[in-house]
Design a protein around this ligand. Sequence first.
Ligand code: GTP
Length: 244
Amino acid sequence: MGGPDGAAGSESLEGSGEAPKSSGDPPRSSGDPPRSSRDPPALPRDHELRGKVMLLGDSGVGKTCFLLQFKDGAFLSGTFIATVGIDFRNKVVAVDGVKVKLQIWDTAGQERFRSVTHAYYRDAQALLLLYDITSKISFDNIRAWLTEIHEYAQKDVVIMLLGNKADVSSERAVRTEEGASLAREYGVPFMETSAKTGMNVELAFLAIAKELKQRAEQPLDEPHFQIHEYIESQKKKSSCCAFS
Ligand SMILES: Nc1nc2c(ncn2[C@@H]2O[C@H](COP(=O)(O)OP(=O)(O)OP(=O)(O)O)[C@@H](O)[C@H]2O)c(=O)[nH]1
């Protein structure tokens, strides 16, 4: 591993057509030629964009399950095994004919691993910040997570707030409106998700991929993809009949 101590890694390139690489070094877009705000907007159709996404939030909110649901369409129920350090998976998604390779870093939520994970924030283009809707404390800690993000991450990082475990509505401790209100306060998109049923899991990553694509091909001074509006129009509400 080329990253800080404590990092593991796994690479599986779905549909990318590339040979797997053994290095866990974060991908950098610096291999691409520098862009000016006057660059032509369109990318060649075989161009592959890369983006580094991190999953953050308290231990037990469901970050590992969220990633595995997206990557493999599977849910790991039963014994909870806390992540040690940091780990990653790759998945390629197609956005309007352009491949966006997301390198998704699953971090340990436990306090003792914070110094390890902080080292990874600066290269991240997007952060998915999770709390557990059945755990008030995981929600109350979101402000502290946002403070850390502002300290360690890039200024223009894409942040999304996710209230996970929306399938367990009988044990709900955080109202949907509380999550939405906190997200409004910080100006970040919000939705409730379930790593168990898959609700809004793909949408979260797809919205990130769309945002990264738009940033790569559109000059900053032109109107671009609105991630808030996209999520609001696409997300499934947790009150929906999807849960039995
Ligand atoms: N019902 C339900 N359970 C979930 C969901 N997501 C995760 N879980 C359960 O919550 C527990 C913790 O999930 P993890 O994904 O390991 O949590 P984590 O955030 O990665 O925890 P750390 O690695 O310690 O940071 C496990 O027992 C999961 O089965 C969900 O959406 N719904």
